[in-house]
Design a protein around this ligand. Structure first.
Ligand code: BYC
Length: 331
């Protein structure tokens, strides 16, 4: 449904002050850059920033939905939600591993999240108030994530691109389960339909904010030049709106934007102005759930410390045994 996001446009030229002719030539030829290859420091830094923030978003993204696992209304819905939340933990794992190939440690990345230095997606600072929110997150939030992430499967950095292939397959299942959940509510009782509508009213604008600031305010323009991002924030947002409006019509739901209308001349939907004050407030820690999310994430990390320590001690014991037995054989 979202594979239209793939396009074969070559990356635009990098800025002169980042010049590294050999590297730029490889980027222009659309070659995959691998961990041991020569790369400019700024390319490495941009990747570490984007991949780690993406990883943080996946693990923080487990929290708003995790709280609904015990409250899911049937065994089937519980199983689906459990699988989705586990997938998100897995996405965090692949992405942290991809970031580590750039020479940064996972501990440093996690410290940056816990100390508030690193960002994660604004969307996860909104509360999940009703069961319908679980459907809306799947439909809109995972839908926006796929729109943004399918082009990343063609990212110039090999480990990130390869991780994204599996992530996108799983996100596709997440989006469909959300749509299916909402379809069930929308064909149910009037109260269920109203719950779905209320949820979409609350999540529509934050979902559009997931794509980041307008291109004119986007600061990391080298990410496009180096083929890390393949499609700009505004273009992805427009693709998302165009794909989602017909889906809302199918569900019989309205989207909370009086300016939303088809523009035949542009061949796209026009939509209203995004509240960027709200966006930056949430990104900078002032959203409804920022504090709660960080508190829960740090607690989960501390609660799991003994498991990590036990696993490391077990691995060290196994490694020592392997060395001891190989020395015995040699003797
Ligand atoms: N929230 O120059 P710009 C998911 C920051 S996971 C917070 O345009 P860039 C899912 C940006 O970081 C969703 N901050 O930046 C998971 C930068 O600040 P810094 C996450 C945002 O990087 C579980 C500043 O604003 N997806 O969907 O070129 C369950 C200027 O922006 C946001 C990814 O991470 C935001 N929404 O473009 C369900 C995908 N937007 O770093 C779903 C990979 C912008 O200078 N990431 N900022 O302090 C990307 O594609 C890009 O990083 C973005 C932003 C399009 C997000």
């Amino acid at each position: 449904m979202y594979t239209q996001s793939f396009d074969n446009a070559p990356p635009v030229a990098a800025k002169a002050d980042d010049a590294n002719p050999e590297f730029e030539a490889r980027i222009a030829r659309d070659e995959s850059i691998e961990p041991n290859d020569d790369m400019p420091d700024a390319y490495r830094k941009t990747l570490i920033r984007q991949i780690s923030q993406h990883a943080h978003s996946e693990v923080v993204g487990m929290l708003p939905e995790g709280g609904w696992i015990t409250r899911a209304p049937s065994l089937k819905r519980k199983e689906i939600l459990l699988a989705k939340v586990q997938d998100e933990g897995g996405h965090g794992l692949y992405l942290y591993a991809a970031a580590e190939t750039l020479g940064v440690t996972r501990d440093a990345l996690i410290d940056a999240l816990h100390s508030g230095k690193a960002k994660y997606s604004s969307i996860f600072n909104y509360p999940t108030e009703t069961w319908a929110d679980i459907g809306t997150i799947g439909w809109l939030v995972d839908g926006a994530a796929i729109m943004n992430q399918v082009p990343l499967c063609r990212c110039s950095y090999g480990p990130y691109a390869r991780a994204m292939i599996r992530v996108c397959k799983e996100e596709s299942f997440h989006q469909r389960q959300g749509f299916d959940l909402l379809r069930t509510l929308c064909t149910g009782t009037p109260e269920q339909k109203a719950m779905a509508q209320d949820s979409v009213n609350r999540w529509w604008w934050p979902s559009l904010m997931m794509f980041g600031p307008h291109d004119s305010d986007s600061v990391h323009t080298n990410a496009m030049a180096w083929g890390i991002k393949r499609i700009s924030n505004d273009d992805l947002r427009q693709k998302f709106v165009d794909a989602t409006v017909p889906q809302a019509q199918f569900l019989g739901l309205t989207l909370p934007d009086p300016d939303l209308k088809w523009n035949a001349e542009r061949g796209h939907y026009d939509f209203g102005a995004i509240n960027w004050d709200e966006f930056w407030r949430v990104v900078n820690g002032g959203g409804v759930c920022n504090q709660e999310r960080m508190h829960d994430r740090i607690k989960a990390f501390e609660d799991g410390r003994w498991v990590r320590e036990a696993a490391a001690a077990h691995a060290a014991k196994q490694a020592k045994r392997a060395i001891d037995s190989s020395m015995k054989v040699a003797a």
